[in-house]
Design a protein around this ligand. Structure first.
Ligand SMILES: Cc1cc2nc3c(=O)[nH]c(=O)nc-3n(C[C@H](O)[C@H](O)[C@H](O)COP(=O)(O)OP(=O)(O)OC[C@H]3O[C@@H](n4cnc5c(N)ncnc54)[C@H](O)[C@@H]3O)c2cc1C
Length: 600
């Protein structure tokens, strides 16, 4: 028989919360929270992406936002039951605000709220046309001079950006720009995506030949259109490129390929951007109200400057420009760096028959893909999870419900288990001289990704080549200089080289704002990414959310979007709703706009 006790507990709590919030009784509402509580809000109360940590922050937020938000109808989500395990009662919940419908997740400890996630599902009166509301497509009946779907699409394409201005321009048509574009299309927000590559998918196609996604298929779906059930676990880069191209077309996106954004400026008076783009040698000026930079968080190359780079006679390039390894057969290659790209490129060069040396300056976190899939991802993103009824939307929300402040506590045991399981593997790597770490606090890959977006390798084969010496390794050293034909390291070693690859990572996305808008605007918005965890490459103070991503920035009308496929799918929902609200003139006062502490 179904245990209804957890439902009763959650319903009682939600009724009490509903009552307190409806009556504007902030103290009563705050009393329902644990002392060590976390309330993560994705744009329902705060019009921001923000986590309130502890009762005081919950109180402050409610005092500022309750009257305006007008929350109501808190209940256990339709067709869901609460559950209980290890002293925690948890449940999917739903609620409304004055302007939106919300969905969320709640965990109770000792009868009080420990974690609360509130997310906006849709704006009232501006719902997406789905289910009973889906478009008819065909126009039955007979009418003279009527237009077809194709003619309507062509007319829209001919007009938008020329005689009619888009409300939103997205610069960058990689998966980020495309996913957001699809959401905005469903919300009827006129949008143009400008992309300097010719076709959607080219940002993947142009990467090195051997690249396959490192994340598995269950983690990678795009909004609305999941991959079919026979899609490979790890998409080869050209296949994901084709999927993106198909997706762009069937989702009816206004995608301007071979179009480069040259510059943009914001007029504070008219609250409008002037965006200059170049297509076929022609300049076109767009005048949107909102500008989204979806130019890639792994796309602004960090290329080091070493003495002698100007005299080096071989090939040298950043990993993002690596053309593939075929032409380097029998070459001597030196790859500077020891993260994902460095490993992938070293392995591909070795496969092509090159003599490869990896130069590792400092420690790297390495995790075997199998172990990551089984111990790190399987509960939410795997075939087993699908079989047990887990949906992508729920997996995303469960992941989102774990507060960043304590996420590492959930991650440390996972990586401890991985270290134990793969102890021999790590020993062999260390024996080969490889410098390992598991994150500053042993919390592993996800935390490194969220904090700094770098510092790891998901092992899909290169580590064995390092362990058995096929890829040579020089670790604990830096590059001193280049000569015409070699790389000299800080310990005096000289590595003869026909090719040097700088797999040295990427810079903060506000660098794009500096390039396209101005240094002032880039500095005004500050560093993009990172949580402020005060760990390596993620300086404090604690921010509690990823800086500047998918939420309002210090520059009105300027937004950043991107991240991996999971983030792009999940957060595009909340960014699109923020943009839609602004277009419809729905007041969206931002609570707790982040301060700027770092410029890059
Ligand atoms: C080697 C490597 C492996 C990776 N593996 C994975 C993985 O397995 N799974 C995963 O989810 N992520 C992976 N990533 C991260 C990956 O970069 C992102 O997931 C993905 O590329 C982000 O998509 P995006 O749309 O945000 O950025 P991008 O794909 O970088 O797209 C940005 C686009 O902006 C365009 N652009 C830039 N400036 C302008 C301009 N001025 N005008 C017009 N267009 C412009 C670029 O041409 C580009 O197409 C990997 C990254 C690298 C480098």
């Amino acid at each position: 028989m179904l245990d209804k006790a957890p439902n009763g507990k959650v319903s009682d709590l939600l009724n009490a919360l509903d009552k307190a919030l409806s009556a504007g009784e902030v103290e009563h509402a705050v009393d329902l929270f644990q002392t060590d509580c976390y309330w993560r809000d994705l744009v329902t109360f705060t019009w921001n992406i923000k986590t309130m940590e502890g009762k005081e922050q919950v109180r402050d937020m409610l005092k500022a936002r309750l009257a305006d938000t007008r929350p109501s109808n808190w209940k256990i989500a339709d067709s869901e039951d609460a559950s209980e395990a290890d002293g925690i009662t948890e449940s999917w919940i739903q609620f409304e605000t004055g302007v939106a419908r919300g969905f969320g997740h709640m965990r109770l400890k000792d009868g009080r709220i420990w974690t609360l996630l509130t997310t906006m599902s849709e704006l009232k009166g501006h719902e997406e046309p789905v289910g009973f509301d889906r478009p008819m497509g065909a126009k039955h009946g007979a009418e003279r001079n009527r237009t077809t779907w194709k003619e309507d699409r062509e007319a829209e394409a001919a007009e938008l950006g020329y005689s009619r201005q888009p409300y939103c321009v997205i610069v960058g048509g990689g998966q980020g720009g495309i996913a957001l574009g699809a959401r905005l299309r469903q919300l009827n927000v006129p949008t143009i995506i400008v992309e300097k590559n010719e076709k959607p998918g080219d940002s993947w196609r142009k990467r090195y030949k051997s690249l396959c996604l490192h994340d598995p298929v269950w983690y990678d779906h795009l909004p609305y259109l999941p991959f079919p059930r026979n899609w490979p676990v790890f998409s080869p880069k050209d296949k994901i490129g084709d999927w993106l191209e198909m997706y762009t077309r069937v989702m009816e996106l206004n995608y301007w390929g071979a179009t480069e954004c040259k510059k943009a400026s914001y007029d504070e008076k008219s609250r409008e951007w002037t965006v200059v783009v170049q297509c076929d040698g022609k300049e076109i000026v767009l005048k949107p109200k909102q500008l989204v930079l979806a130019t890639g968080m792994s796309a602004k190359p960090n290329t080091p400057k070493f003495e002698g780079m100007d005299i080096f006679k071989g090939d040298q390039h950043h990993s993002s420009q690596h053309p593939g390894s075929d032409k380097y057969k029998n070459s001597k290659a030196v790859v500077i760096g020891s993260n994902n790209s460095a490993h992938d490129i070293c392995a591909a060069l070795w496969e092509a028959g090159a003599d490869v040396t990896m130069v590792q300056r400092s420690t790297t976190h390495v995790v075997r893909s199998d172990s990551l899939m089984e111990l790190g991802l399987a509960a939410l993103y795997s075939e087993q999870a699908v079989q047990s009824g887990m949906t992508t939307a729920k997996a995303d929300l469960i992941f989102a419900s774990l507060p960043y402040k304590i996420l590492h506590e959930f991650q440390i045991p996972v990586y401890n288990a991985i270290r134990e399981r793969d102890a021999d593997y790590y020993k062999r790597l260390e024996k080969a001289g490889f410098l390992l770490d598991y994150g500053d606090d042993d919390s592993g890959l996800f935390m490194k990704y969220l904090r700094r977006g770098s510092g790891y390798y998901i092992d899909v084969g290169a580590s064995e080549l390092i362990a058995n010496g096929s890829i040579k390794l020089k670790s604990g050293v830096d590059v001193k200089k280049l000569t015409e034909r070699s790389v000299i390291l800080s310990d005096g070693t000289e590595l003869p080289a026909d090719l040097v690859v700088y797999a040295t990572g990427y810079g903060s996305m506000n660098g794009w704002a500096a390039d396209l808008i101005s240094k002032e605007v880039a500095d005004k918005v500050g560093k993009v990414w990172g949580l402020g965890s005060n760990t390596t490459k993620d300086p404090g103070p604690w921010e509690g959310e990823q800086r500047n991503m998918w939420k309002p920035t210090q520059q009105e009308g300027l937004w950043f979007h991107g991240g991996n496929l999971h983030q792009s799918r999940h957060y595009s929902q909340f960014l699109s709703l923020q943009l839609k609200a602004r277009m419809e003139g729905i007041p969206a006062p931002v609570y707790g706009l982040q301060k700027v502490h770092h410029l890059s």
